[in-house]
Design a protein around this ligand. Structure first.
Ligand SMILES: N[C@@H](CCC(=O)N[C@@H](CS)C(=O)NCC(=O)O)C(=O)O
Length: 203
């Protein structure tokens, strides 16, 4: 089995952190998606969304989508704790994972892709959508800060997959790609981010 990834990119890093927290090692194949290494017919045939990360199993089954890959390994290794343990925890983790991914990370992806034109060789870029998406990111940050003012982690008092999504959203998408100073502006996000940064898997 192997994972196709572009190690520097947030989606690949989400899987990487998840696997480190789980203590699982998997072979990796680097695809430089910025240079279009994912665009050839062979990869596009294997991958439903055409992107990285993608997990290819030994029987040829291919699983795309970050959370689907994380779910596969959690189930395979009988440790689904990062998705919550009790029914209540599972519901809250699922809710926050989706909120941070849709309202934070993906809005940030849309902002970066449409404003920078980094993938203009493969998609139509709409700068106005980029601007709107960036505003949505800015509007989401106080909600995340409020949640972290009341909880140690995004979905409550335990580390979960929602923290991994949030960590890449804040550190890579906000701070680096969009130059939004989330850490400076939001003390609870800053404290949570510092705490996660100290974990070996997040370094
Ligand atoms: N929903 C997908 C998003 C994956 C994604 O956006 N991957 C980016 C890198 S972070 C990519 O492959 N970009 C290359 C492209 O769009 O052609 C997931 O969660 O896995």
């Amino acid at each position: 089995m192997k994972i196709y990834e572009f190690a520097a990119n947030p989606s690949s890093r989400r899987v990487g952190i998840f696997l480190k927290e789980l203590g699982v090692e998997v072979d990796r194949v680097q695809l430089n998606v910025r240079e279009g290494a994912n665009l050839n017919a062979e990869y596009q045939e294997k991958s439903v969304n055409g992107k990285v990360p993608m997990l290819e199993l030994d029987d040829g089954t291919c699983i795309s989508e970050t959370i689907a890959i994380c779910r596969f390994f959690a189930e395979k290794h009988n440790d689904t704790s990062l998705f919550g343990t009790t029914p209540e925890e599972k519901g809250l983790v699922e809710m926050w994972q989706r909120i941070v991914e849709f309202d934070g990370l993906y809005a940030g992806f849309q902002a970066f892709r449409n404003l920078s034109g980094v993938y203009s060789d493969r998609e139509r870029c709409v700068p106005a959508w980029g601007e709107e998406s960036k505003r949505r990111v800015e509007e989401f940050l106080p909600k995340l800060d409020k949640q972290l003012s009341r909880n140690d982690y995004v979905a409550g008092d335990k580390l979960s997959v929602a923290d991994i999504t949030g960590f890449l959203f804040v550190g890579v998408v906000c701070e680096k790609a969009l130059e939004i100073k989330a850490l400076e502006a939001y003390p609870h996000i800053q404290a949570w981010y510092d705490k996660l940064s100290q974990r070996a898997a997040f370094q």
